[in-house]
Design a protein around this ligand. Structure first.
Ligand SMILES: Nc1ncnc2c1ncn2[C@@H]1O[C@H](COP(=O)(O)OP(=O)(O)OP(=O)(O)O)[C@@H](O)[C@H]1O
Ligand SMILES: [Mg+2]
Length: 224
C-alpha cells in the first residue's frame, strides 16, 4: 500500500537524516517503528503521509509516486491515511465530538450522529463528548486523537508515540484499540521508542518491527 524505494530525506541540503530506505507496508499488517529519540521516526511518518517529499529515491503510495501527485491526489491520499500526531492538537473552543468529526465537516461531508456516537463509545469518550479539549486527561486526548484519525475509515493508521505520556495501563488500553483496528482489517504503523510496549503488543498481534539506526531502516529480529 505504501512503499519506500531507496528513499532518503534530509531537512538540510546535502545532509540526509535518513538514507536508502526500502520498505513495503503490507496490507493488513501491524507494524512498529522504533529507534532512539531524534532518529527520524516522525520524519519517516511524514514521508508516508506525504507531508514531506523524499530528497532521494521514491515513495509510492497506493500505486502512485508521491512526487507526481497534485494537490487533489494528495488530499485523496490523506483520506486513506489516518494520523495520530505526536503533538496532538485540537480546536480548543470546540467540544470533543466536533473535534473528532472535523475531518468529515472540513471535507464537506454530513456527520452521521449515530456513527459518531458509536466511535466515541469505542474510545470510551461518550461522557466527554461535549467537553472542551483543554479539560481532557492525557489518555482521553490520545483516544480522541485516535477517533479523529479513523473517522474517515482510512485503510492505514499511522500513530506517532500514541502512548507518549501515558501510564502503563492507559498505554495498554490505547494499544488494544490499535490492535482492534488492525483485526478489523486496517494496516497500522505505531512509532514508539518503548520496547516494553512492543513486547507486550507482540503477545497479542503478529507485528513487524522496523528500526531506524544509523540513518537507515532495518527489520528488527525476534530479539527485542
Ligand atoms: N522541521 C525540521 N527542520 C529541521 N530539522 C528537523 C525538523 N524536524 C525534525 N528535525 C530533526 O530531525 C531529526 C529527527 O527528528 P524526528 O522528529 O523525526 O525524530 P524522532 O525519532 O521522531 O524523535 P522522538 O522520539 O524524540 O519523537 C532530529 O535531529 C530533529 O531535530
Ligand atoms: Mg517523533
Amino acid at each position: 500500500m505504501i512503499e519506500l524505494q531507496d528513499a532518503g530525506f534530509g531537512y538540510h541540503e546535502g545532509a540526509e537524516l535518513l538514507s536508502n530506505m526500502t520498505l513495503s507496508l503490507q496490507k493488513g499488517m501491524f507494524h512498529f517503528l522504533t529507534g532512539p529519540s531524534g532518529a527520524g521516526k516522525t520524519t519517516l511518518l511524514r514521508l508516508l503521509y506525504a507531508d514531506l517529499l523524499p530528497t532521494s529515491g521514491r515513495v509510492i503510495a497506493f500505486g502512485q509516486d508521491l512526487r507526481g501527485l497534485g494537490r487533489d491526489d494528495i488530499a485523496g491520499l490523506r483520506r486513506r491515511v489516518g494520523v495520530v500526531h505526536q503533538d496532538t492538537q485540537f480546536l480548543d473552543h470546540l467540544p470533543v465530538a466536533e473535534n473528532v468529526a472535523l475531518p468529515l465537516t472540513v471535507s464537506g461531508h454530513a456527520v452521521d450522529m449515530t456513527a459518531l456516537r458509536d466511535l466515541l463509545g469505542w474510545v470510551q469518550l461518550g461522557p466527554q463528548a461535549r467537553a472542551l479539549p483543554p479539560s481532557l486527561s492525557g489518555g482521553e486526548r490520545q483516544r480522541a486523537a485516535l477517533a479523529r484519525a479513523v473517522i474517515l475509515s482510512p485503510d492505514l493508521v499511522l500513530a506517532d508515540e500514541p502512548t507518549g505520556n501515558l501510564d502503563w495501563d492507559m498505554s495498554m488500553r490505547l494499544m488494544q484499540l490499535l490492535i482492534e483496528l488492525n483485526k478489523s482489517g486496517k494496516t497500522v504503523l505505531v512509532a514508539t521508542h518503548d520496547l516494553n510496549l512492543i513486547r507486550a503488543a507482540k503477545a497479542q498481534v503478529a507485528a513487524r518491527v522496523l528500526r531506524i539506526a544509523n540513518g537507515g531502516l532495518q527489520l528488527a529480529g525476534a530479539d527485542l
